[in-house]
Ligand binder design. Sequence first.
Ligand SMILES: NC(=O)c1ccc[n+]([C@@H]2O[C@H](COP(=O)([O-])OP(=O)(O)OC[C@H]3O[C@@H](n4cnc5c(N)ncnc54)[C@H](OP(=O)(O)O)[C@@H]3O)[C@@H](O)[C@H]2O)c1
Length: 336
Amino acid sequence: MRAWELDKFGLDNLTLVEREKPTIGPTEILVQLQAASINPRDQQIVSGHFSQDVNFPLIPLSDGAGTVVEVGNQVSRVAIGDRVTPLFFPNWMDGDAHSGERRISGGLETQGVLRDFGVYSEDAVVAIAEHLSFAEAACLPCAGLTAWTSLVPIANITSANSVLIQGTGGVAIAALQFAKALGATVIILSSSDKKLERAKRLGADHCINYVDVPNWGEKVFQLAGQGVDLVLEIGGTGTMENSLAAIRNGGHIAIIGYVAGADMGVSVFPLIIKCAHLHGIATGNRENYAAMMNFIEAHGIQPEIGKRYAFNDANKALADLEHGTHFGKLVIDYQL
Ligand SMILES: NC(=O)c1ccc[n+]([C@@H]2O[C@H](COP(=O)([O-])OP(=O)(O)OC[C@H]3O[C@@H](n4cnc5c(N)ncnc54)[C@H](OP(=O)(O)O)[C@@H]3O)[C@@H](O)[C@H]2O)c1
């Protein structure tokens, strides 16, 4: 089978190799992978900026989708022919992660999806909504679930609520699609007017260019009446102060990303004055992932793919993510 392997940190050390097709144990399944998507974390893992604790050679990328082609003799949850996506955290089934549930993640502590075949525990996959292609389903295990966890299990967003979404990348556009299907009012930020036009076509109610309006927090507060119910905090450095200005009293901030830096450096006073709820988000568990997949099916949602690449061009996709020109997800389609 084809696989991309990283021998040491650096994109130039990611090479396309031929490997034996893996074999399965009694409770495992073999999945023929058909698509993968890229998250910033994958790019950071490859460059060595995410963790130094990597067992080389590593097959990168956490998020993929494919068909079950073999099952072990004790497997009962999954059948040959099922279309599935592996979980981002293969051991986190439900509830909070109190012990080792988040110790293993795809494409870091265990081999990733950038290969033709992967072995998974029968418990570590979820069936794909029927209307989704493999490329669309591959957008969901990390970015999709992170958006869903923030909106529904954390903030219980409904049509009575308003949400601020930062940026137009993978998490942001999944959040826009879910929030609109939930009936919420959405305010979205981008550095690009062209991307904002695209977000508007997907249903965004209000668009703000965060370069033209650096103090966007106050504007968001006014657009939402008395502040938004939820902010999906993607920026990190420089955005938290605005996010606190944007929320209503008692509002929620889902702390997701650090695209502008990891140091938030804010005063405690706006937190206290607003009685703000801050929630660290770590993707999510299988129970919520399955609920998200049901919601996607019920609403016919199709994840937004910014660009598709052939399997042999996976390294180009990783390089492109860093350039930040994309909208939605970058996907590697193994059939191209
Ligand atoms: N905690 C978790 O479980 C979790 C899960 C997934 C991702 N993440 C993290 O969340 C972040 C986003 O992930 P992603 O997959 O959506 O990445 P992505 O597809 O690369 O998108 C990044 C987005 O960030 C926006 N952005 C950059 N600087 C900004 C700023 N100063 N203010 C507001 N927006 C800004 C950009 O918007 P424009 O191009 O429109 O300007 C871009 O669309 C990353 O840091 C990632 O590591 C965390």
